[in-house]
Design a protein. Structure first.
Length: 110
């Protein structure tokens, strides 16, 4: 169906651009196309088709994303944990270190 519509649109464009009927025929075709485009039923159908296309595109994106995450290791969420990016090992804080830090920040010894 998509290819038929594309072919018909191409045929219409080719006819308009290649027509030897002159400006009158071009204006007639343009008015007819504008009337069709302004028709509320056509706009309603276009809205429905657009909504369905968006829905199916979202489903395809979701399925493709899930498939890619399974097949490509670095796309997985659990493949690696972000540690800050410094490359240096994290210092392990002890309870005494925490109390010392709090005392320095607040000025009140704990």
């Amino acid at each position: 169906m998509r290819y038929r519509m594309t072919f018909a649109a191409g045929l219409a464009i080719g006819y308009v651009l290649g027509s030897r009927a002159g400006r009158e025929r071009y204006e007639q075709i343009k008015r007819t196309a504008q009337r069709v485009a302004d028709n509320p039923r056509v706009q309603e159908v276009a809205g429905v088709v657009g909504a369905q296309a968006s829905k199916y595109a979202g489903m395809a994106r979701s399925r493709m994303g899930d498939t890619l995450q399974q097949r490509i290791p670095f796309l997985r969420h659990d493949a690696h944990k972000h540690d800050g990016g410094t490359g240096w090992p994290e210092e392990e804080a002890t309870a005494a270190d925490d109390m010392e830090k709090k005392a320095r920040e607040s000025g009140i010894p704990y």
